[in-house]
Design a protein around this ligand. Structure first.
Ligand code: CUA
Length: 292
Protein backbone atom coordinates (compact mmCIF):
# COMPACT_ATOMS: atom_id res chain seq x y z
CA UNK A 1 0.00 0.00 0.00
CA UNK A 2 2.78 2.55 0.73
CA UNK A 3 4.34 1.72 -2.67
CA UNK A 4 0.94 2.19 -4.31
CA UNK A 5 0.47 5.55 -2.55
CA UNK A 6 3.90 6.80 -3.69
CA UNK A 7 3.25 5.58 -7.25
CA UNK A 8 -0.18 7.29 -7.28
CA UNK A 9 1.33 10.66 -6.24
CA UNK A 10 4.05 10.38 -8.91
CA UNK A 11 1.47 9.37 -11.54
CA UNK A 12 -0.70 12.41 -10.79
CA UNK A 13 2.28 14.83 -10.84
CA UNK A 14 3.63 13.46 -14.15
CA UNK A 15 0.22 13.42 -15.84
CA UNK A 16 -0.49 16.96 -14.64
CA UNK A 17 2.87 18.15 -16.03
CA UNK A 18 2.15 16.45 -19.38
CA UNK A 19 -1.32 18.00 -19.66
CA UNK A 20 0.00 21.42 -18.61
CA UNK A 21 2.87 21.34 -21.14
CA UNK A 22 0.62 20.13 -23.96
CA UNK A 23 -1.88 22.91 -23.29
CA UNK A 24 0.59 25.74 -22.58
CA UNK A 25 2.85 25.04 -25.57
CA UNK A 26 0.16 23.99 -28.06
CA UNK A 27 0.42 25.21 -31.66
CA UNK A 28 -1.52 28.47 -31.77
CA UNK A 29 -1.24 28.75 -35.54
CA UNK A 30 0.98 31.88 -35.35
CA UNK A 31 4.13 29.99 -36.40
CA UNK A 32 6.10 31.21 -33.35
CA UNK A 33 8.35 28.58 -31.80
CA UNK A 34 8.58 28.26 -28.04
CA UNK A 35 11.97 28.85 -26.49
CA UNK A 36 14.29 25.91 -27.37
CA UNK A 37 16.25 24.50 -24.44
CA UNK A 38 18.72 21.65 -24.14
CA UNK A 39 18.68 19.73 -20.88
CA UNK A 40 18.96 20.88 -17.30
CA UNK A 41 21.68 19.24 -15.22
CA UNK A 42 20.13 20.11 -11.88
CA UNK A 43 16.70 18.66 -12.80
CA UNK A 44 18.18 15.53 -14.35
CA UNK A 45 20.32 14.82 -11.28
CA UNK A 46 17.24 15.36 -9.10
CA UNK A 47 14.97 12.96 -11.00
CA UNK A 48 17.66 10.31 -10.98
CA UNK A 49 18.47 10.58 -7.28
CA UNK A 50 14.90 10.75 -5.94
CA UNK A 51 13.66 7.54 -7.65
CA UNK A 52 16.89 5.77 -6.60
CA UNK A 53 16.23 6.72 -2.97
CA UNK A 54 12.58 5.59 -3.25
CA UNK A 55 13.69 2.20 -4.62
CA UNK A 56 16.23 1.77 -1.83
CA UNK A 57 13.48 2.64 0.67
CA UNK A 58 11.11 0.03 -0.84
CA UNK A 59 13.87 -2.61 -0.90
CA UNK A 60 14.34 -2.60 2.87
CA UNK A 61 10.88 -3.92 3.91
CA UNK A 62 10.64 -6.09 0.76
CA UNK A 63 13.88 -7.98 1.39
CA UNK A 64 13.10 -8.46 5.08
CA UNK A 65 9.60 -9.79 4.22
CA UNK A 66 11.12 -12.25 1.72
CA UNK A 67 13.54 -13.51 4.38
CA UNK A 68 10.68 -13.84 6.90
CA UNK A 69 8.57 -15.86 4.45
CA UNK A 70 11.26 -18.43 3.63
CA UNK A 71 11.36 -20.07 7.06
CA UNK A 72 8.42 -21.10 9.23
CA UNK A 73 8.22 -19.76 12.78
CA UNK A 74 9.27 -22.09 15.62
CA UNK A 75 5.70 -22.63 16.81
CA UNK A 76 4.57 -23.97 13.40
CA UNK A 77 2.78 -27.32 13.23
CA UNK A 78 5.10 -29.76 11.43
CA UNK A 79 3.57 -32.30 9.04
CA UNK A 80 5.31 -34.66 6.60
CA UNK A 81 3.96 -35.00 3.07
CA UNK A 82 4.76 -38.02 0.88
CA UNK A 83 3.80 -37.96 -2.79
CA UNK A 84 2.66 -41.24 -4.36
CA UNK A 85 1.34 -42.06 -7.82
CA UNK A 86 -1.43 -40.72 -7.46
CA UNK A 87 -2.28 -39.47 -4.01
CA UNK A 88 -0.72 -37.54 -1.17
CA UNK A 89 0.03 -39.05 2.23
CA UNK A 90 0.20 -36.90 5.39
CA UNK A 91 2.09 -37.96 8.47
CA UNK A 92 1.88 -36.17 11.84
CA UNK A 93 4.38 -36.15 14.73
CA UNK A 94 1.62 -37.69 16.90
CA UNK A 95 2.00 -40.93 14.91
CA UNK A 96 -1.03 -40.35 12.69
CA UNK A 97 -0.96 -41.17 9.00
CA UNK A 98 -3.73 -40.06 6.70
CA UNK A 99 -4.30 -39.55 2.98
CA UNK A 100 -5.97 -37.17 0.53
CA UNK A 101 -7.24 -34.80 3.26
CA UNK A 102 -4.68 -32.65 5.07
CA UNK A 103 -6.26 -31.53 8.35
CA UNK A 104 -4.68 -28.42 9.90
CA UNK A 105 -5.55 -25.92 12.64
CA UNK A 106 -6.77 -22.58 11.24
CA UNK A 107 -4.81 -19.45 12.09
CA UNK A 108 -1.65 -21.45 12.84
CA UNK A 109 1.50 -21.61 10.69
CA UNK A 110 1.95 -25.03 9.06
CA UNK A 111 5.42 -26.27 8.13
CA UNK A 112 5.38 -29.11 5.58
CA UNK A 113 8.38 -31.33 4.94
CA UNK A 114 7.79 -33.07 1.62
CA UNK A 115 9.27 -35.95 -0.33
CA UNK A 116 8.11 -38.45 -2.95
CA UNK A 117 8.05 -42.24 -2.97
CA UNK A 118 8.26 -42.46 -6.78
CA UNK A 119 8.41 -39.58 -9.28
CA UNK A 120 8.42 -35.78 -9.07
CA UNK A 121 5.08 -34.31 -7.99
CA UNK A 122 4.18 -30.74 -7.13
CA UNK A 123 2.12 -29.74 -4.12
CA UNK A 124 -0.24 -26.85 -4.74
CA UNK A 125 -3.06 -25.29 -2.69
CA UNK A 126 -3.91 -22.27 -4.87
CA UNK A 127 -5.74 -20.31 -2.15
CA UNK A 128 -3.07 -20.84 0.51
CA UNK A 129 0.41 -21.06 -1.01
CA UNK A 130 2.51 -21.33 -4.16
CA UNK A 131 3.55 -24.58 -5.85
CA UNK A 132 6.44 -26.60 -4.47
CA UNK A 133 8.03 -29.65 -6.11
CA UNK A 134 7.89 -32.96 -4.24
CA UNK A 135 11.00 -34.90 -5.23
CA UNK A 136 12.14 -38.48 -4.50
CA UNK A 137 15.31 -38.62 -2.40
CA UNK A 138 15.02 -34.96 -1.37
CA UNK A 139 13.10 -32.95 1.18
CA UNK A 140 11.45 -29.70 0.21
CA UNK A 141 9.50 -27.52 2.59
CA UNK A 142 6.41 -25.40 2.28
CA UNK A 143 5.06 -23.02 4.86
CA UNK A 144 1.50 -21.64 4.88
CA UNK A 145 -1.31 -20.58 7.14
CA UNK A 146 -5.08 -20.90 6.64
CA UNK A 147 -6.54 -17.76 8.22
CA UNK A 148 -10.13 -19.00 8.07
CA UNK A 149 -11.53 -22.48 8.86
CA UNK A 150 -12.81 -24.20 5.74
CA UNK A 151 -11.99 -26.60 2.95
CA UNK A 152 -9.32 -25.65 0.44
CA UNK A 153 -8.72 -27.62 -2.77
CA UNK A 154 -5.26 -28.79 -3.74
CA UNK A 155 -3.81 -30.40 -6.85
CA UNK A 156 -0.59 -32.06 -7.95
CA UNK A 157 0.85 -29.54 -10.41
CA UNK A 158 3.61 -31.58 -12.04
CA UNK A 159 2.84 -34.19 -14.70
CA UNK A 160 3.55 -37.47 -12.89
CA UNK A 161 2.00 -40.21 -15.02
CA UNK A 162 -1.35 -41.56 -16.17
CA UNK A 163 -3.55 -40.27 -13.35
CA UNK A 164 -1.77 -36.96 -12.67
CA UNK A 165 -5.04 -35.10 -13.32
CA UNK A 166 -6.72 -37.15 -10.57
CA UNK A 167 -3.99 -36.48 -8.02
CA UNK A 168 -5.77 -33.86 -6.00
CA UNK A 169 -6.32 -33.38 -2.28
CA UNK A 170 -8.18 -31.25 0.23
CA UNK A 171 -6.92 -29.08 3.06
CA UNK A 172 -9.43 -29.01 5.92
CA UNK A 173 -8.67 -26.13 8.28
CA UNK A 174 -10.40 -26.59 11.65
CA UNK A 175 -10.78 -24.21 14.61
CA UNK A 176 -7.94 -25.10 17.03
CA UNK A 177 -10.19 -26.87 19.59
CA UNK A 178 -11.71 -29.07 16.86
CA UNK A 179 -8.23 -29.79 15.53
CA UNK A 180 -7.12 -31.06 18.96
CA UNK A 181 -10.20 -33.29 19.16
CA UNK A 182 -9.45 -34.59 15.65
CA UNK A 183 -5.84 -35.40 16.63
CA UNK A 184 -7.06 -37.37 19.63
CA UNK A 185 -9.68 -39.29 17.63
CA UNK A 186 -7.13 -40.17 14.93
CA UNK A 187 -4.80 -41.72 17.51
CA UNK A 188 -7.42 -44.30 18.49
CA UNK A 189 -7.33 -47.77 16.90
CA UNK A 190 -9.97 -48.62 14.32
CA UNK A 191 -13.58 -49.16 15.39
CA UNK A 192 -14.24 -52.84 16.12
CA UNK A 193 -17.34 -54.11 14.26
CA UNK A 194 -19.98 -56.04 16.19
CA UNK A 195 -19.72 -59.83 15.75
CA UNK A 196 -21.95 -61.12 12.97
CA UNK A 197 -22.62 -57.65 11.50
CA UNK A 198 -22.26 -56.64 7.85
CA UNK A 199 -19.29 -54.51 8.96
CA UNK A 200 -17.62 -57.62 10.48
CA UNK A 201 -18.13 -59.43 7.16
CA UNK A 202 -16.49 -56.50 5.45
CA UNK A 203 -13.51 -56.69 7.79
CA UNK A 204 -13.12 -60.41 7.02
CA UNK A 205 -13.06 -59.61 3.30
CA UNK A 206 -10.48 -56.90 3.99
CA UNK A 207 -8.30 -59.45 5.84
CA UNK A 208 -8.92 -62.36 3.46
CA UNK A 209 -8.76 -60.78 0.00
CA UNK A 210 -5.31 -59.22 0.06
CA UNK A 211 -6.21 -55.64 1.06
CA UNK A 212 -3.87 -56.00 4.06
CA UNK A 213 -0.87 -56.38 1.76
CA UNK A 214 -0.89 -52.62 1.19
CA UNK A 215 -3.34 -50.90 3.57
CA UNK A 216 -2.79 -50.26 7.28
CA UNK A 217 -5.72 -50.29 9.67
CA UNK A 218 -4.50 -49.63 13.19
CA UNK A 219 -5.33 -52.64 15.37
CA UNK A 220 -6.33 -54.76 12.35
CA UNK A 221 -3.40 -54.88 9.93
CA UNK A 222 0.08 -53.45 9.93
CA UNK A 223 1.91 -53.40 6.61
CA UNK A 224 5.62 -54.24 6.80
CA UNK A 225 8.07 -51.61 5.57
CA UNK A 226 8.46 -47.93 6.36
CA UNK A 227 6.10 -46.52 3.77
CA UNK A 228 3.06 -48.60 2.82
CA UNK A 229 2.14 -48.36 -0.82
CA UNK A 230 -1.47 -47.43 -0.13
CA UNK A 231 -3.44 -45.08 2.13
CA UNK A 232 -3.91 -45.84 5.84
CA UNK A 233 -7.59 -46.72 6.27
CA UNK A 234 -7.80 -46.63 10.11
CA UNK A 235 -10.08 -43.59 10.02
CA UNK A 236 -11.19 -43.76 6.39
CA UNK A 237 -14.71 -42.48 7.12
CA UNK A 238 -13.38 -39.34 8.86
CA UNK A 239 -12.35 -38.15 5.39
CA UNK A 240 -14.79 -37.09 2.67
CA UNK A 241 -12.81 -38.08 -0.42
CA UNK A 242 -10.58 -40.94 -1.59
CA UNK A 243 -8.55 -42.06 -4.62
CA UNK A 244 -6.56 -38.84 -4.92
CA UNK A 245 -9.63 -36.88 -3.80
CA UNK A 246 -11.19 -37.74 -7.17
CA UNK A 247 -14.05 -39.74 -5.59
CA UNK A 248 -16.48 -39.11 -2.74
CA UNK A 249 -16.81 -41.38 0.30
CA UNK A 250 -20.46 -40.31 0.56
CA UNK A 251 -21.20 -41.69 -2.90
CA UNK A 252 -22.22 -45.37 -3.09
CA UNK A 253 -21.53 -45.33 -6.83
CA UNK A 254 -18.00 -43.99 -6.35
CA UNK A 255 -17.14 -46.63 -3.74
CA UNK A 256 -18.76 -49.46 -5.76
CA UNK A 257 -17.08 -48.51 -9.04
CA UNK A 258 -13.74 -48.15 -7.32
CA UNK A 259 -13.83 -51.45 -5.43
CA UNK A 260 -15.09 -53.32 -8.51
CA UNK A 261 -12.18 -52.21 -10.70
CA UNK A 262 -9.88 -49.41 -9.53
CA UNK A 263 -7.75 -49.09 -12.70
CA UNK A 264 -10.93 -48.58 -14.75
CA UNK A 265 -11.77 -45.52 -12.60
CA UNK A 266 -8.24 -44.16 -12.18
CA UNK A 267 -5.91 -45.15 -15.02
CA UNK A 268 -2.74 -46.89 -13.89
CA UNK A 269 -3.98 -47.32 -10.30
CA UNK A 270 -1.72 -49.62 -8.31
CA UNK A 271 -4.78 -50.99 -6.54
CA UNK A 272 -5.66 -54.05 -8.62
CA UNK A 273 -9.03 -55.46 -9.57
CA UNK A 274 -9.52 -57.98 -6.74
CA UNK A 275 -12.49 -59.68 -8.42
CA UNK A 276 -14.86 -58.77 -5.57
CA UNK A 277 -18.49 -59.81 -5.91
CA UNK A 278 -21.27 -57.22 -5.48
CA UNK A 279 -22.02 -58.72 -2.03
CA UNK A 280 -18.34 -58.49 -1.04
CA UNK A 281 -18.39 -54.87 -2.09
CA UNK A 282 -21.54 -54.10 -0.07
CA UNK A 283 -19.93 -55.57 3.05
CA UNK A 284 -16.61 -53.78 2.44
CA UNK A 285 -18.37 -50.43 1.99
CA UNK A 286 -20.24 -50.97 5.28
CA UNK A 287 -16.92 -51.73 7.01
CA UNK A 288 -15.05 -48.79 5.43
CA UNK A 289 -17.83 -46.37 6.36
CA UNK A 290 -17.74 -47.59 9.98
CA UNK A 291 -14.09 -46.53 10.26
CA UNK A 292 -14.84 -43.09 11.68
CU1 CUA B 1 1.57 -36.14 -8.88
CU2 CUA B 1 1.01 -34.99 -10.88
Amino acid sequence: MPVFAIAAVIFILVEAAVVYAAFKFRDRGDETEPKQIHGNNKLEALWTIIPALILVGIAVPTVSAIVDLTSAPDDAVEIDVIGHQWWFEFSYPEGITTANVLVVPAGTPIDLSMTSKDVVHSFWIPRLAGKRDVIPGQYTSLYFEADEPGEYWGQCAEFCGLSHAKMSFRVRALPPAEYTAWLQAQQQPAVEPAAGSLEAQGRDIFLGRGCIACHNIKGVSEVAGEVPGAPDLTHFASRNVFAGASLSIDSDDDLRDWLANPPAVKSGSFMPNLGLSPDDITALIAYLRSLE
